[in-house]
Design a protein around this ligand. Structure first.
Ligand SMILES: Cc1cc2nc3c(=O)[nH]c(=O)nc-3n(C[C@H](O)[C@H](O)[C@H](O)COP(=O)(O)O)c2cc1C
Length: 261
């Protein structure tokens, strides 16, 4: 075939496509395990950070993360509707985000301001253990901001199942400097000490426009993110949703009834 013929050019381009395609596919398959391992490690770091077991900016080797996690954290799969531990589901292999997309393991969410479309039947929570007792509960939260779904964790004092110990968002697509300030350690530091529920057991906590007072005198309000009221409202909505009757409300009721055990 002549080197500059149309057939040669198309054939050469097709060959390059096939070679590159095989290369990329092989790399994706070969690196899949490592990607899954890194994802798991990142989740463990997020859980340690919101639990206060890893300081802001602290750098840990993967083995140190795994050890600190194993020494302090007990993962548990919770049946959301029943509010009790799910039977026969291994927390080590349970993937809540995957379950949420699987029609066999999830249901349509009732209309909600957090814009959560599907609810997993089971959710993965983490218990921070201290002297053999549950010290802190770490619950996954998610909901829509302005541009994206924000994914994070909220840490709750197990003693009253009401006092916030920390919040973090590990994945979102909000604008850096505006809604992206949900990542700002100074803003996250405004959460500990606030209360989720009022005396009637209704989730009251919310991000307000402007400034809130200190937790002791203004327990249900957190400073708004300046220039980012839509993301701020999104955070209020998602926290209220996940601590309400369609989220972890039944689980928290059971824990309170059992005296936080
Ligand atoms: C490019 C661009 C990016 C923005 N990103 C965000 C954002 O991530 N979160 C947000 O709430 N508002 C964002 N806004 C602002 C919103 O459109 C809206 O004006 C704001 O949420 C209102 O908040 P404020 O009343 O505190 O000013 C963005 C605006 C522009 C032009």
């Amino acid at each position: 075939m002549a080197q500059h013929s149309t057939g040669y050019t198309i054939g050469f381009a097709a060959l390059v496509c096939v070679v590159c395609g095989v290369g990329i596919a092989s790399a994706a398959v070969a690196l899949a395990d490592r990607q899954a391992e890194n994802k798991k490690l990142d989740q463990q770091k997020q859980v340690l950070a919101v639990a206060g077991l890893m300081k802001e900016g602290e750098v840990l080797k993967p083995e140190e993360v795994k050890k600190r996690f194993a020494d302090n954290i007990k993962p548990e799969v919770v049946d959301l509707k029943g509010g009790v531990a799910a039977q026969g589901v291994d927390p080590a292999s349970f993937d809540q985000r995957k379950a949420q997309k699987d029609p066999a393991q999830s249901r349509e969410a009732p209309p909600n301001n957090a814009k959560v479309l599907r609810l997993p039947n089971n959710a993965l929570v983490y218990k921070v253990m201290k002297d053999g007792k549950v010290d802190t509960l770490i619950l996954p939260i998610e909901g829509y901001g302005l541009w994206s779904t924000l994914y994070g964790f909220l840490a709750l004092d197990a003693k009253d199942a009401n006092t916030v110990k920390g919040i973090t968002f590990y994945q979102h697509g909000e604008t850096p400097g505006l809604g992206g300030e949900v990542d700002n350690p100074k803003w996250k530091a405004l959460w500990p000490g606030r209360k989720i529920y009022d005396d009637k057991g209704t989730p009251q906590i919310g991000v307000v426009k402007g400034q809130a007072g200190p937790p002791a005198s203004d327990p249900y309000r957190v400073d708004g993110l300046s220039g980012a009221t839509i993301t701020s409202n999104g955070v209020s909505n998602l926290v209220k949703f996940w601590f309400g009757p369609d989220g972890f409300g039944p689980y928290i009721q059971h824990l309170k009834a059992a005296g936080g055990k």
